[in-house]
Design a protein around this ligand. Structure first.
Ligand code: UFG
Length: 328
């Protein structure tokens, strides 16, 4: 049995859906502070908090859990800069509680949702797993600290983990039944879609004076179902006896904010109302991944390898769910 923390959230719910479609038994553990019960599908659901070590232990025992995929975390770069207490407490202390419960119940395998934000501004065109990790945001620092916790738990207790450092998760499952729904929304592609759906007046482009070819930030967008597949491959490698490891997950192509807007306009066939506004604190100029390591070692191969495909799947969800899961 696999326990998925944050399984009611955006990346968690897509991974749960893929696990279930491949026949895995899953228990979702989520406090629903940002997740959606509608996204859980047919997995077992336990409403619980990472800080509730006793409930975690009971859940591990009750369902015979041998592996954990850990998504539960706050994930807004901007918010982390103004409210670091919330981020260090939930992400770092919450993970410590989870690891403590795992050690106490002898749950040995952990796949962890880390982030490109652990790298910060590397100044490198393409980031490999050997690039220095100097986060520019509190959010990125919490993910780096979580990776360190796991490494120390491996040394001390033999906990085996894979940290997946994903770049910009985007898109939605082709079923159109689950997708991205944050409140408030802060991510670029869903915000553009909200503008197109008339839910928001215009998109603010956060700065056009970065050292990039058009002055706007460059990111590597990777499809949510390709991420889901990577989590399953990582877990299978641990269960087959692999050592702890860490991998980047991206498509290897950088797109500026302006290019993302143009791609959405092309896919949807409408203009996006936007204006340049001041920079957002904590944003690195460029984040583009080399994912060669996971391709080589785990045979990961992203299916959604173009921004058009990613945007089209996102639009399928947003155009049919303009109010997210609340859409009637
Ligand atoms: N952006 C805008 N206007 C907006 C929203 C975003 O210009 O209204 C820009 C941002 O400045 C950034 C780009 O669009 O340059 C992408 O921003 P997102 O908020 O969509 O994504 P981030 O790159 O900030 O962060 C995402 C995840 C993090 C993860 C990070 C790693 O949200 O969890 O990718 O790159 F750590």
């Amino acid at each position: 049995m696999i326990l998925v923390t944050g399984g009611a959230g955006y990346i968690g719910s897509h991974t749960v859906k893929e696990l279930r479609s491949r026949g895995y038994d899953v228990v979702v553990y989520d406090n629903l502070s940002t997740g959606h019960i509608e996204a859980v599908g047919d997995a077992v659901f336990v409403k619980g908090d990472l800080f509730d070590v006793e409930l975690l232990k009971d859940t591990f025992k009750k369902y015979g859990v041998d592996s954990v995929i850990h998504f539960a975390a706050y994930s807004l770069v901007g918010e982390s800069m103004t409210n670091p207490i919330k981020y260090y407490k939930n992400n770092v202390s919450g993970t410590l509680c989870l690891l403590e419960a795992m050690v106490s119940c002898d749950v040995k395998y952990l796949v962890f949702s880390s982030s490109a934000a652990t790298y910060g501004d590397t100044g490198e065109d393409i980031i490999t797993e050997n690039s220095p990790q100097n986060p520019t945001s509190v959010y990125g620092m919490t993910k780096l600290m979580m990776e360190r916790l796991m490494s120390d738990f491996d040394k001390a207790y033999g906990l085996k983990y894979v940290a997946l450092r994903y770049f910009n998760a985007a898109g939605a499952d082709e079923s159109g039944l689950i997708g991205e729904d944050h409140n408030p929304e802060s991510h670029l592609i869903p915000i553009i879609m909200q503008v197109l759906n008339g839910k928001r007046g215009k998109l603010g482009i956060f700065g056009d004076n970065y050292p990039t070819f058009d002055g706007t930030c460059v990111r590597d967008y990777v499809h949510i179902m390709d991420l889901a597949d990577a989590h399953i491959k990582a877990l299978e490698s641990l269960r087959a006896g692999a050592n702890s490891n860490y991998y980047n997950l991206g498509n290897g192509n950088g797109f500026s904010v302006r290019q993302v807007i143009e791609t959405v306009e092309k896919v949807v066939g409408r203009k996006v109302n936007c204006e340049v506004v001041p920079r957002r604190a904590g944003d690195p100029a460029v984040l583009v991944a080399s994912s060669d390591k996971i391709k080589r070692e785990l045979g990961w191969n992203p299916v959604y390898n173009s921004l058009e495909k990613i945007v089209a799947s996102a639009w399928k969800w947003h155009s049919t769910h303009p109010d997210g899961y609340k859409t009637k």
